[in-house]
Design a protein around this ligand. Structure first.
Ligand code: SAM
Ligand code: SF4
Length: 359
């Protein structure tokens, strides 16, 4: 197919229209196969694991789509203590995961900065730089980002959510700023992180043009990693409370998530792309299908099961009561079924970041 060949030939080789056409390509299977071929060429038939710790659900922000937004009074709030986070990190290290993601609701201020600085120092003490640490703790000052980088974090994931500023304004209260979020991505780059961003796909009012612009945004900001996934309504949120959610919609939304992974792989080639947990919430084989559409990273949840039900960003979150060991075994089987090999005990850094630094 000429458009696939053009995209696969060189990164960023499509016009805006071509990119939008690619996302909406009529033959989804052919799109996924073309993206998978580029993934195999760029990163091999290999998958990196990141153990995901959901460190707390207390959030200062009020994003209209998110189940743990501060105004949702139906959430039982928790925050893990430092020892708990470090214990789970050590489990992931010993289980051979090679990397970790610490995610939580957004908290700012000096005490929060010091808390994670301490956690990072303790993780670095046993993992050193051989154990990759990704943070996803929201918008912070450049000073805080720098402190966390110096304490041992290597990567940071901050989704822009949508590159369309008008759409962003409809999804967030007035005091949430798209520009501030974009500037955080730039501050992270200055601090030396591998920088990740992403969007939700299937947001109300979002078009294929918007999604093409999202991928162009990833390119313009020259990010190293992408973590994106389908938007899934949550009944206790302003955006999700009246959402019509049918089996048909769920199927469509899932496929859109895969289409975005595939188009991003075909456009950017050498970035790390995660098969988001939200994919698995929509399809029991969601993550495997994500890998076969061009993703190369999976983030098994290693959070203690007693916290998992309280970290519900959207409906039908998977693996709520499956402990980390079971989760590891289940994923091993699932990944084997795709013919992909797990990169045990490796950080699995973004090839794009490596190439930039080698220059
Ligand atoms: N608080 C940090 C932040 O917002 O960057 C990190 C945690 S936040 C829960 C991680 C991501 O969850 C957000 O960037 C957003 O894209 C995603 N998310 C929130 N609500 C969602 C929903 N209803 N469906 C799908 N993804 C959702
Ligand atoms: Fe808080 Fe992140 Fe949810 Fe927004 S998406 S409400 S910042 S946890």
């Amino acid at each position: 197919m000429p458009l696939f060949d053009k995209a696969a030939g060189k990164p960023r080789n499509l016009t805006h229209r071509e990119l939008a056409d690619l996302i909406a390509w009529p033959d989804a299977k052919a799109l996924f196969a073309a993206a998978y071929a580029v993934k195999v060429r760029e990163t091999g038939k290999k998958v990196s694991f990141r153990g995901l710790i959901e460190a707390g659900n207390i959030c200062e922000k009020d994003c209209y789509y998110c189940g743990i937004r501060k105004s949702n009074a139906n959430v039982n709030r928790y925050r893990m203590d430092a020892g708990e986070i470090v214990r789970e990190a050590e489990w992931a290290f010993k289980a051979g995961y090679g990397s970790l993601v610490i995610q939580s609701g957004e908290l700012t201020g000096a005490a929060n900065a010091a808390f994670f600085e301490d956690v990072l120092g303790r993780i670095h003490a046993f993992g050193g730089d051989a154990f990759g640490v990704t943070l996803s703790l929201g918008e912070q000052t450049e000073e805080t980002y720098r402190r966390w980088r110096e304490a041992g974090a290597h990567r940071y994931l901050l989704r822009i959510e949508t590159s369309n500023r008008e759409l962003y304004a409809k999804l967030h209260p007035h005091d949430h700023s798209w520009e501030a979020r974009r500037d955080c991505l730039r501050a992270l780059r200055r601090c030396g992180y591998q920088v990740g961003t992403g969007v939700m796909c299937g947001l109300p009012g979002q078009t294929f043009d918007d999604l093409a612009s999202d991928i162009e945004f990833f390119a313009a900001e020259d990010v190293d990693m992408i973590g994106m996934g389908p938007y899934i309504p949550h009944a206790d949120t302003p955006l999700g409370k009246d959402a019509e959610w049918t089996a048909e919609k769920q199927k469509e939304r899932f496929e859109l998530g895969l289409r975005m992974i595939a188009a991003t792989r075909l456009y950017l080639h050498d970035v790390n792309i995660a098969a988001a947990t939200a994919l698995q919430a929509l399809d029991p084989e969601g993550r495997e299908k994500g890998l076969l559409a061009g993703a190369n990273v999976v983030m098994p949840n290693i959070t203690d099961t007693r916290f998992r039900a309280d970290y519900q960003l959207y409906a039908n979150k998977p693996c709520l009561d499956e402990n980390s060991t079971l989760c590891r075994e289940c994923l091993k089987r699932r990944i084997a079924s795709t013919g992909e090999e797990i990169l045990w005990n490796r950080r699995g850094d973004s090839p794009h970041f490596g190439k930039k630094n080698a220059k």
